[in-house]
Design a binder for this molecule. Structure first.
Ligand code: TXA
Ligand code: MG
Length: 356
């Protein structure tokens, strides 16, 4: 076996992770005119990919069923998987939803604009194709100046229905380049808002008679939701037959390259095994563990930040990058089993499910 230095890469310093649009930034004239064009395209029934603080969305005018159907076709997503309705003003909540529980209002006031989606009873203004035929609708106000300006430009009583701007089951895009690579020919416009600050999808919450349930962990921590409501919330269990939440399917958010999540103890051993078998691999760690990597050229080691916020911000960008390298495997150190890491563990479990 040839002995060479393996390629240690830290994504910390890379430009791609620096958000171009912190929430306070003013939009310049060029950005404003692009947003106006995008709004015009949406109002004419087109499809626009746009940045949010979580991931990029694939948007259409929610009140135009033909436009909404284009999203399902582009994404190759089953038509019974509901889309999230994006709005810009909390005052519009009662236009789109009915019988809103007090706890939902508390969460909306506390976390919007932000990475939180509320599942509520839909009003007659929400077409059935947005909700995959369900009587509930997922609603959120994104915290990204481009998304908010786009939504405002559409005018009153309009909303954008949008899933993440990736093909069904694949990793969500956290930069305009990711969208361009996967969907450039399919969409009418891609608005570039820089890298997404959160980098993981929104937390999805539903409301029962007595319980509040997190259907998908995400950008808002479960503990923050509990603190806002001053009561415990339930986390949906893997075996529960979920309402059609595609993000809760066992295999989802998956790169094309096989991905394995391994304990520290397993990692060095599996790396050696694959290298001996001649695979080109990426090894992604966060703990600074002492990895016994053979010094060969076909291993790329990526050291992720040990902090879940920063790790989450970079995760999809790193996986997209790995997917471009023609690797045999992506081997990931399992994240810590701690509440702050829940959304990350959830995504990695789904990404690795087919390769356990
Ligand atoms: O951060 C996000 O949520 C991003 C950005 C673009 O807003 N959107 C996103 O959309 O992740 P999508 O479609 O990739 O994932 C939304 C999830 C899906 O799993 C969908 O099934 C679920 O939300 N969902 C939407 N409406 C629902 C409803 N009425 N009941 C249950 N789940 C719903
Ligand atoms: Mg998605």
């Amino acid at each position: 076996m040839a002995i060479k230095l393996c390629n240690h890469v830290s994504p910390h310093s890379e430009k791609m992770i620096k958000p171009t649009f912190p929430s306070t930034v003013q939009l310049n004239q060029n950005q404003k005119s692009q947003i106006e064009s995008a709004a015009d395209i949406l109002l004419k029934g087109g499809v626009v990919a746009f940045p949010t603080e979580t991931v990029y969305g694939l948007g259409a005018d929610a009140t135009n069923p033909d436009a909404v159907r284009k999203i399902y076709a582009i994404k190759q997503r089953p038509s019974d998987h509901p889309l999230i309705l994006h709005i810009s003003d909390i005052g519009q909540l009662d236009y789109w939803a009915l019988d809103i529980p007090e706890s939902a209002r508390v969460l909306a006031k506390r976390f919007w604009p932000g990475p939180l989606t509320l599942i509520l009873k839909r009003s007659r203004h929400v077409p059935g194709c947005v909700t995959g035929g369900q009587e509930t609708v997922g609603i959120r106000i994104p915290a990204h100046p481009v998304a908010l300006a786009l939504l405002k430009a559409l005018g009153p009583n309009k909303a954008v229905a949008a899933p993440s701007a990736n093909l069904y089951g694949k990793i969500s895009p956290t930069s305009a380049v990711h969208v361009r690579t996967a969907l450039a020919d399919e969409v009418d416009m891609i608005l570039d808002g820089g890298a997404c600050e959160v980098g993981l999808e929104s937390t999805i919450v539903s409301f029962g008679q007595k319980t509040v349930t997190v259907l998908r962990p995400g950008g808002i921590a479960v503990s923050d939701i509990e603190a806002a409501l001053n009561c415990p919330v339930r986390l949906i269990q893997k075996h529960e037959p979920a309402i059609c939440v595609s993000g809760t399917l066992p295999v989802h958010y998956a790169p094309s390259t096989p991905l394995k999540m391994l304990s520290q103890a397993e990692l060095s051993e599996v790396v050696l095994q694959y290298v001996e078998q001649g695979f080109k691999i990426s090894v992604i760690t966060w703990s600074g563990m002492d990895l016994l990597l053979p010094r060969v050229s076909n291993i790329r080691h990526i050291l992720m930040p040990p902090d879940p916020i920063q790790y989450g911000r970079q995760l999809y960008a790193v996986l997209h990058q790995c997917d471009q390298l023609g690797l045999g495997y992506i081997l990931m150190e399992a994240p810590p089993n701690k509440p702050d890491w829940l959304a990350i563990s959830d995504r990695l479990q789904r990404a690795s499910h087919a390769h356990l």
